[in-house]
Design a protein around this ligand. Structure first.
Ligand code: BG6
Length: 489
């Protein structure tokens, strides 16, 4: 493994007792330490508004850590080291006086990272607090999604941050960009000349991107209901995946070269006007259903639900990218909560050969597929056609996989969580896995027209059973073009 050089720094986690920090950030720091990627000089300052003894709060963090790190990966020595790194400070995010105390504690000099694991409306105030205490100059800020709920509100947040922190010290998280297989997309596309000549609408008939979640709302009804699946998943994770699939080769691996190419894709997304909305987009909301013998409640029956809500928990859509490479070719995006299983995958369907010479009945079989499984069971599979074996089989065709199983690749016994990579990248000052301001703005501009369209239409989302693959209209969405979702059963 490449030795990482991470300069000593202090990582301040704002919202250190919140769900994200406890479930993802501290476990990620633990894993980085366990795999010897965190130098001894890296300190962690956990900041939250709960008063009380610092040691008790650190213990609370560690207790939670034990719930979120697999038992066989728990090592008391590493946990002990992590406890030594962490200090807790009670901080009222809105009180300048508290930032003064923070500055006193941090002393002079040294690289700082401020990770905002808080709601976005607090970001501006925290930035002002850090700047008022003279800490801004040596700080990189990390912003969690969602940044706003539309273009206008995301601008308010970004501008409040930009008053104190330039873009090159602002790291906007989309944790999908830190996933191992998503990273692999860049390697697959740009380190193999095999694909590049085929990677366009001349050779590919359509592309599917599915991010299906088995879980429901997980106690986050209040947050989720204001967002919905379009804002929670599609505006960020799915559009980022689409960008990585559709973008042109960047001239180098620098953050701006990659982000410039992604922005070009976002700008080329064909708008979906009111007239096309019903045919191109399916909104769904889950109702009670079953999965593996378990009865699952509907979205409106979840804890704290408002029974009138028309927030979508599922979106499927047909999207086109209007440029030389992709004009006229459909991308189908689909994401939902409480679906049949957790499955994130991208499937590129290649066109059949121009001249067909095998048995007519087998014609529908022909056409290569490249299946990129992001989770679970990370793998890259190329479906190719071969001949059935045996003297009696003539020239009978069969599809079979050429497979690269990343989850069990040699020398790799675990796939790191996205947050491990992202924290490390911020510490190293690398921005290419983070989202630039203009990317967010173009993504919001495109999603805003869908949201406005839905509001004008006033239709309720279509019901689908919890534990299923979504409303039947999403099957019809592809069927109209003669396609079907790969692997649904
Ligand atoms: C988050 C969403 O960004 O991604 C959650 O807010 C969602 O609602 C989660 O469950 C899914 O992430 P992953 O890595 O489990 O696919």
């Amino acid at each position: 493994m490449k030795t990482m050089t991470v300069e000593p720094c202090t990582l301040m986690i704002f919202g250190a007792l919140g769900d994200l920090a406890l479930r993802k950030l501290f476990p990620a720091l633990y894993q980085l330490d366990r795999t010897a990627l965190l130098s001894a000089e890296i300190r962690v300052l956990a900041l939250d508004s709960s008063a009380g003894d610092g040691l008790i709060q650190v213990n609370r963090i560690v207790e939670q850590l034990r719930n979120h790190v697999p038992l066989h990966e728990q090592d008391d020595e590493v946990i002990g080291r992590l406890i030594d790194r962490i200090a807790y400070q009670c901080l009222d995010f809105t009180q300048q006086h508290d930032y003064g105390q923070l500055a006193d504690r941090l002393g002079e000099g040294g690289q700082l990272i401020a990770y905002f694991a808080t709601p976005a409306f607090l970001y501006g105030g925290i930035c002002a607090g850090l700047a008022g205490a003279g800490l801004a100059e040596r700080t990189r800020v990390v912003l969690e999604k969602p940044i706003g709920h539309d273009l206008a509100s995301s601008r308010v947040v970004n501008e409040a941050v930009a008053k104190f922190f330039p873009e090159d010290r602002t790291y906007r998280i989309d944790h999908y960009l830190g996933k191992e297989t998503v990273q692999n997309l860049v390697a697959l596309r740009f380190a193999n000349s095999l694909f590049e000549t085929q990677w366009n609408q001349h050779h590919i008939s359509h592309v599917e991107i599915t991010v299906a979640e088995e879980v429901g709302i997980e106690g986050r009804w209040g947050y989720f209901d204001k967002a919905g699946q379009l804002r929670d998943m599609l505006q960020n994770h799915l559009l980022q995946l689409l960008c990585l699939i559709a973008m042109d080769p960047p001239s180098d691996l620098s953050a701006d070269s990659i982000r410039d190419e992604k922005v070009k894709v976002l700008k080329a997304l064909v708008p979906v006007g009111l007239a096309q909305l019903s045919d191109s987009v399916v909104r769904g909301q889950y109702v009670a259903g079953n999965s593996l013998g378990r009865v699952l409640p509907g979205y409106l029956e979840e804890e704290n639900a408002n029974a009138e809500s028309d927030t979508e928990t599922f979106v499927a859509m047909r999207v086109e990218v209007r440029n030389w490479r992709w004009a006229g070719m459909p991308f189908y995006l689909r994401t939902g909560k409480r679906m049949s299983e957790k499955q994130s995958q991208i499937v590129l369907h290649f066109k059949a050969p121009p001249h067909y010479i095998f048995a007519p009945a087998q014609r529908p079989l022909v056409g290569n597929k490249l299946i990129i499984r992001l989770q679970p069971n990370e793998s890259i599979e190329l479906q190719v056609m071969t001949k059935e074996q045996g003297l009696d089989r003539g020239m009978q065709l069969r599809g079979g996989p050429l497979q690269l199983n990343l989850a069990s690749a040699p020398g790799r016994n675990r796939i790191p969580d996205a947050y491990e990579r992202l924290i490390l990248e911020v510490m190293q000052g690398n921005q290419n896995l983070f989202v630039r301001k203009d990317e967010i703005e173009h993504a919001w501009t495109w999603c805003d027209q869908l949201i406005t369209g839905w509001e004008q239409q006033g239709d309720r989302p279509r019901p689908y059973q919890a534990g299923s693959w979504g409303p039947s209209a999403s099957i019809a969405l592809m069927a109209r073009d003669g396609h079907s979702w790969y692997g649904d059963f």
